[in-house]
Design a protein around this ligand. Structure first.
Ligand SMILES: *Cc1c(COP(=O)(O)O)cnc(C)c1O
Length: 386
């Protein structure tokens, strides 16, 4: 049994992928070729937004969005303490300072409540971690934005986050690297926040065969800035440089692969939902096993199926002994990562994020997981829970 099986999908779409890749080899437009535009159109349409700007990775998508929002040195950005490291690294790479926010222990996402906590910490100066060193003096960053993460595929509670962001004059960015295909109150990821980013890393719900990402927005100005920063800060002419930019394009070949994968994406999302429902039904009522809570109105893209257990390490061991792979996403919160030590947030700063790192376990999850495999996973868990 595999934790994430990419080979079955690869076999299923092989002919279509080869045909589309051959077409790229024929026309030879390897950079920003027609497939890139076609993909951007399809993704924008699916998300119900005016603009999709593809790029080289989910991390670069965050950097493009932050740059387009004008966030840089001296600025602070609220970031969950429990997420993949790239969410905070992107903030640091544009010269801004992450201000960590605890998450809800049941949904694993930030909320208006946990952000209010973070605002209070910031006001009382408890976030020494908020401080940046400039000219030998440390000063507090000026909060400019919130990045919410849709952890494991479940959208963060955007309506309440947006009200809070507006009241505090903060930009709201959705890191939807794990949630493309999810919805909240019937609205698709990509249009849940004023600007959203995603990743096409191979193991994400919509993955390519390498690195890739995208930014979604309805704001034409932000979209133009992202397109410019994506290609060396170009102005109207390619050789006219109006801002410091990057080389952050999605390869045409990767766009061609994604177009093939989009053909079966809805079906795969449906399979993920069916498998997640199966897990929830089979695991319900087991002592010490608590799956991620999905809020009403949300439909997850199920990048991961993750539960909490006070006996997590023992459970992982029993699963492994029985041939069932599992993963810990994530073993260490962002404020305790060595790279973020200089932000000065020690153990105990974000207790729910820290507890989750001790308790979470992700089970095998991909659209091709069979009933028998799922039965095997759940019977091992059920036996170990007795
Ligand atoms: C995967 C991921 C990223 C980074 O995406 P890459 O394409 O690997 O750069 C950022 N944020 C979150 C929450 C992720 O899961």
């Amino acid at each position: 049994m595999q934790f994430i099986d990419l080979t079955q999908q690869a076999k299923r779409i092989e002919n279509d992928v080869r045909r589309r890749m051959d077409a790229v080899l024929e026309h030879g437009q390897f950079i920003l070729g027609p497939e890139v535009r076609q993909l951007e159109q399809q993704l924008a349409e699916r998300a119900g937004v005016a603009h999709c700007i593809t790029c080289s990775s989910g991390t670069d998508a965050l950097i493009l969005a932050l740059r387009a929002l004008g966030i840089g040195p001296g600025d602070g950005v609220y970031v969950p303490a429990f997420t993949f490291v790239a969410t905070a690294s992107a903030v640091r790479l544009v010269g801004a300072t992450p201000i960590f926010v605890d998450v809800e222990e049941d949904t694993f996402n930030v909320s208006a409540r946990t952000l209010q906590e973070a605002f209070a910490r910031q006001d009382t100066g408890a976030t020494r971690g908020g401080s940046v060193v400039s000219g030998g003096h440390s000063r507090k960053p000026r909060p400019r934005a919130i990045i919410a993460v849709d952890l494991f595929g479940q959208p963060a509670p955007y309506p309440e986050l947006e009200r809070l962001a507006r009241a505090h004059d903060l930009a709201l960015l959705a890191d939807a690297a794990q949630s493309l295909g999810a919805t909240l109150d019937g609205l698709p990821v990509g249009r849940l926040a004023p600007i959203s980013t995603t990743s096409f890393f191979p193991s994400k719900p919509l993955g390519c065969y390498g690195d890739g990402g995208a930014v979604f927005t309805n704001d034409g100005q932000l979209a133009d800035w992202c397109r410019s920063i994506r290609v060396h800060g170009k102005g109207t002419d390619k050789y006219d440089c109006v801002r410091v930019g990057m080389n952050a394009r999605l390869d045409t070949l990767q766009a061609a692969i994604l177009l093939a994968k989009l053909e079966i994406f809805d079906e795969e999302l449906e399979s993920r939902r069916r498998i997640a429902d199966g897990y929830r039904a089979r695991l319900s009522g087991l002592p010490g096993i608590t799956p991620q809570r999905i809020v009403s109105g949300a439909s997850s893209a199920w990048a991961q199926f993750t539960l909490r257990s006070p006996r997590r390490d023992r459970l992982a061991e029993v699963l492994r002994e029985n041939g069932v792979p599992s993963m810990v996403y994530y073993p260490k919160p962002l404020h305790l990562q060595v790279a973020n030590e200089d932000l000065g947030q020690g153990v105990g700063s974000f207790p729910r994020a820290e507890a989750l790192c001790q308790q979470v376990l992700s089970l095998p999850m991909h659209p091709y997981l069979t009933e028998q495999e799922q039965e095997q996973v759940c019977s091992v868990i059920s036996k170990s829970a007795q």
